[in-house]
Ligand binder design. Sequence first.
Ligand SMILES: Cc1ncc(COP(=O)(O)O)c(C=O)c1O
Length: 394
Amino acid sequence: MATTIAATATAAMKTKTTGNRRDNDKATTRQRQTVPRAYNFSPGPAALPDAVLECAQAEILDYQGRGLSVMEMSHRSAEFVEIAERAEADFRNLLGVGDDYAVLFLQGGATLQFAMVPINLASEDAVVDYVHTGLWGTKAIAEARKLCRVNVAASSEEDNFNHVPHVDTWRLNPDAAYVHVTGNETIGGVEFHEYPNTGDVPLVADLSSTLLSRPLDVEQFGLIYASAQKNLGPAGVTVVVVRRDLIGRARANTPCTLDYSAHAAANSMLNTPPTYAWYLAGLVLEWLKQQGGLEAIAEVNERKARKLYAAMDGSNFYRCPVAKRNRSWMNVAFTLADDSLDGAFLRAAEERELLNLKGHRSVGGMRASIYNAMPEAGVDALIDFMAAFEAEYG
Ligand SMILES: Cc1ncc(COP(=O)(O)O)c(C=O)c1O
């Protein structure tokens, strides 16, 4: 696999831009089709690197000479166990996850983690602290309320979730079983750019839309969870990084499928895992290593976000509602001065093959999700388009 993705990744780095399409360079190490690809700003499932899709395409019928697809393999086979172990090793390596943490590849999305976290880390009468910075936090809180006593330690709801409340205003409970934050609110585009020290109370974070976008000090956290379909792969896998001393505390009678200790003991193969999604996540991790790892991708991500926000701040036509200190590197939310132009904006963007810029149905406006796989040229194309649209309608 390493050789295959290396060849395809090298080829992808040589892609050339024609208009707003990325036409694959024919001068590559192996025969490839020329497939024009649009820039996909979807919040998730989101764009995947061309090199990853090409590698999957090349291997779809015959995985490395075995004569069968990864989709057709037993999850217990030596081939698949190797794929799974390599993905975990690469993940640990990229993020610097030590042996004192278990890395689990689960199912059920981040949504299932909204319930699994309290089931595993808190008793029914325990208090848990939640910091409420957007609609994913709302869902996490609603689920936790069914399972224990929730203290909303801080909330930006009154301000339309346009910032993360300053940590010195948080009303934390010293006896809380954990403190929960949503590291990046995918809908509102509000991100923590640093995390507080919560002392002996474990910090738990939903990092679905920010994990792997930059280096992270995992030791700050008791538990991290993330759905894959932004920076890690296709939908179907949810990664959980949990400090080992927090495993084994699930409530009595917890079904094994909801118990971290059962998943950890079974190496995330308690039941049949989503093998193909896991394999693709492995290819994404390999690609990420080839981009130079998290420091290198963070540099690109910060630059992409900075130029997009700068384009909005320099215009009276576009507006980003998020406080500057919490603007997300991954999901850039913005509005047009006149929302009756939203439809025209989206149609014109699609004509330029700039796809999925519509904001979430609950908040409206626009949102450009610019995860790791969005090339900088895609952000440049969006900025050019926005300027042209403003010139015409502004
Ligand atoms: C921050 C965040 N949390 C949770 C979720 C829910 O993930 P899933 O639909 O995989 O359960 C999402 C999905 O977009 C998200 O962005």
